[in-house]
Design a protein around this ligand. Structure first.
Ligand code: 2P0
Length: 326
């Protein structure tokens, strides 16, 4: 019997235009480099946390199905952090639901841990400002630090728990993001394991971090002047650089598949026809294409016409994490 009615939070995935890939401190989730993202308005995660002082352990469901193994332990470990912070000990019942595919490189862990952080903090009676909430969400999944915020967010890598957090980047830039879905299946290697292998074995890793830092400086200026062509070019080269670095790991980490490359070819053809469109890919085969909002239908149609397995969703910039008042 659960006495507490619970607290519900909603958070959206974010797509990095300057990528996070690799931690210098895995336990505290401190990355090697800053990253910058856009939070989307599609595929939210909705998470309810209820306290149950009579229960001996946390209970977690994903989309109505009880979580087991590593996934359930990861949520419980995160709740332990919140309980420690709050000086409380009650177990929790967590129900979480993703509107989009889980574990397919569409940032479900970012929206997931941002929503869990917000709901758990409220359920255990903590009051945190946005930077503290971002620090906490980071401990669940690095990229979740950025989904606390709507629009654009910059995650300062920092060097310890206090200095590693995201904050909102106040720009007007409002592109369309066409999600080209070529495979919704969960990835075969987790981001966490893949980035560890990349840091430890890729001979390109150090150069990737250096080039990513330079990309961020240029990206910040391009964003401030609403320059889609430059933002898009930097985002595309940053993503390709990250994947090149993974491909050089031993053994290689390869998330990109033949349909991914088909989408990249179509994006290049669109550009040759003077439609500004730029691709970015994360830890999975799906592609996100940045373009002008007025071109989004045309871009989406082209992806579906040229890559048979492709379906599309058009996103725009979305909101930060919110508590839902029942
Ligand atoms: C990003 N990705 O910046 C990068 C680009 C995927 C590729 O953050 O181990 O799920 O939980 O911190 O945040 C995916 O990694 O990994 C990710 P953990 P996370 O969006």
């Amino acid at each position: 019997m659960v006495a507490d009615p619970g607290v519900t939070a909603v958070a959206y995935p974010n797509i990095a235009l300057i990528k996070y890939w690799g931690k210098r401190d895995e336990h505290q989730a401190i990355p090697w480099a800053d990253s910058l993202s856009i939070t989307l308005d599609v595929f939210p995660t909705t998470t309810t946390v209820c306290l149950d002082s009579a229960a001996e352990a946390d209970r977690v469901t994903f989309g109505g199905t009880p979580a087991r193994g590593a996934a359930s332990r990861r949520v419980a470990a995160f709740l332990d952090l919140v309980r420690k912070h709050a000086g409380r000990s009650e177990s929790a019942v967590v129900s979480t639901r993703n509107a989009g595919p889980t574990g397919a490189g569409l940032a479900s862990s970012a929206s997931g841990f941002a929503a869990l952080a917000r709901a758990a903090v409220a359920a255990y009676g903590l009051e945190l400002d946005a930077a503290d909430l971002s620090r906490l969400a980071r401990r669940g999944s690095g990229s979740a630090a950025r989904s606390i915020f709507g629009g654009f967010a910059l995650w300062h890598a920092g060097e310890d728990d206090h200095s590693s957090y995201a904050e909102r980047v106040d720009v007007e830039f409002d592109p369309a993001v066409v999600i080209a879905l070529v495979d919704g299946a969960p990835k075969r290697i987790s981001s966490r394991a893949a980035m560890r292998r990349t840091v430890e074995t890729s001979p390109l890793y150090r150069s990737w971090i250096e080039s990513s830092r330079a990309d961020l400086a240029e990206m910040t200026e391009a964003l401030a002047r609403n320059d889609l062509a430059v933002v898009g070019e930097i985002a595309e080269r940053n993503a390709l650089g990250m994947h090149a670095t993974m491909l050089a790991a031993r053994p290689a980490v390869r998330y990109l598949t033949a349909p991914t490359l088909g989408v990249l070819d179509s994006v290049a053809v669109l550009r040759s026809e003077n439609v500004p469109a730029y691709a970015t890919m994360d830890a999975g085969p799906n592609v996100k294409v940045l373009c002008r909002p007025g071109d989004a239908d045309q871009v989406a149609l082209r992806m579906r016409e040229t890559v048979p397995c492709c379906s599309t969703v058009i996103a725009r910039r979305g909101p930060g994490v919110t508590l839902r008042i029942e």
